[in-house]
Design a protein around this ligand. Sequence first.
Ligand code: ATP
Ligand code: MG
Length: 584
Amino acid sequence: MRGHDPYKAEHHYPLPLGFNGRWAGLYRWFSGRPLNGHRYTDATGFRHGTMSLDVSGHATTFQLMPGAKRFLVARVPAMLSPVLVIAWLLGHWLLVSIFVLGVATVLAPSVRSSWRTRTFRRNVIEPLASGVAAVAKVKYVDRLGHRSVQVPENFRDLDMATIRVDLPPAWLGEDGDKARLTKLVAARLNLEELSPSWSLHGAQPSVQFSVPPKPPASVTFAEALADAEATEDSAPMIGYGPRRKVELFSLLLESPHALINGGSGAGKSVLLAWLIAQFMRRGFGVLVLDAKFVSHMWLRSVPGVLYASEDEELHNALIWLDGELLRRARLVSKASDTDAASAALVPLVAVLEEINTASNRLRSYWKSIKSSEDPMLSPALTALANLANMGREMRVHILMAGQSLTAKSTGGPEGRESFGARMLGRATGNAWRMLAPQIKPAPVKRQKPGRWHIVVGDTLREFQVPFVDLKNETAKDSTARLIEWATGGKAVPDVHEIMAAWPSGTTTDEAWAPRSEAVPDGISLRQFADEQGLDLPKLRRWSERLGFPAEVGVGANRTKLYDRDHLRTWVREFLREPASADSD
Ligand SMILES: Nc1ncnc2c1ncn2[C@@H]1O[C@H](COP(=O)(O)OP(=O)(O)OP(=O)(O)O)[C@@H](O)[C@H]1O
Ligand SMILES: [Mg+2]
């Protein structure tokens, strides 16, 4: 027997009979034990360790593994690799490659999942555990947070998730500590409301939090109208959250603009239509910059709405908007009472649909029109980057939507920063990293259309958007109802008129109001066709005929207006002559 070595730890693995002396190394190798014979943790051959036995008090994940697992992950590769290298050198490279590839394929899923667990622990569990330790007044042990804090990795995507936090024995939760703890957990996990259930008695006191249930699976337009009408003017409703809570988008944010990022078919246009309709009811002028032409067909027939789709229209609208913002800023800054000056401005909402397409088109449009003295970068794109920089005093809100709102399409990363709210639907992990990196982990489950998240600062809220049927899928008169509701509130300012009078000034309410009354009486061909049940294209063709009544004025959106009686008489006369009608 050798004498006791005073520098060696006491806890050696017991060696089976016959493995003393020179066999000891062999036994330790094949049983996955540390080769120096020291026992670092209480792990055994097939059971995970639960604590460190080392004087340092620390144990690595590897040391906590059962011996068999340690053998598999460390000793087997160590034995195999020389064999593989020799085989490779001998020219069996195909065999070696196939073998290595096979092993990689088998191991990939578990490597990935353990990588995910590690990231989750580092980003979510450990910060939470350190906060909990501070509130519970215990020492925080780095990297061991997952022992006392349990959070399902996919808690954002689960329908009902439970979070459990173990508390130190004899913790009482006095002096508001309980409330502090609840608030901390909610804040660190970007959750809005948590309901705790405490169990402070027994050997292991703990608290369980239930994550709020998911928002309703679907909501119709009609169902949501009453709630939307009940909201304050300063906060339109975006949809329903957990327990049908009405979720809002506050226009009083420092930067009251929204980025709307959604994959194809996520429901961007539906969400926008829902918001636009509410803005209209609140008396906002509407500009739609729609590079896709058909995103909001319902708005094309609404008087006063500026609808830009052609390259030139997009370009001009952006330049105008930029100039208008500057003018408003000057106006407000010069006023003695800035609040009053700001309140007198005509409120506007600018909707930028399919911004990725728009910005590409603006770029090439500028190339085609610019002269050699002009700047390289399209002034419209420069304007785009500046739009959201304006605060709430200007009373212009920007809603910018696209499939993947990269810095390039939104006018540079600074441009993107200035959007106070970000709404994400069916967003990829990449989109979350780009637009809301503070939300960890990001919800990534592929959601049904209409399910969105809104991020404002560090808060994350999930909501279901009421379904606005823009294509008359559910009923023939869906869009008509939408228009009726949207225009059923305060008068909607005529953006065309405001633009036409620019820059001398129709920006304020007083300047604008009298003009709106001056809209001539009359009826558009579309209205007349609807009233009389006539075919609009046919009526349009007739209008080019000699003798067709002359227009009596120009309405919103530059539509020609006619006298109803003149039209009625002419059509009656015309239809009396069957030959001419048939030849049409
Ligand atoms: N809130 C909602 N509730 C139920 N269904 C919805 C909702 N929003 C959208 N949908 C469904 O998804 C379809 C696509 O919606 P929408 O056109 O708004 O998507 P989009 O993101 O604008 O798509 P695209 O990228 O093609 O423009 C709708 O026709 C509808 O069937
Ligand atoms: Mg769309």
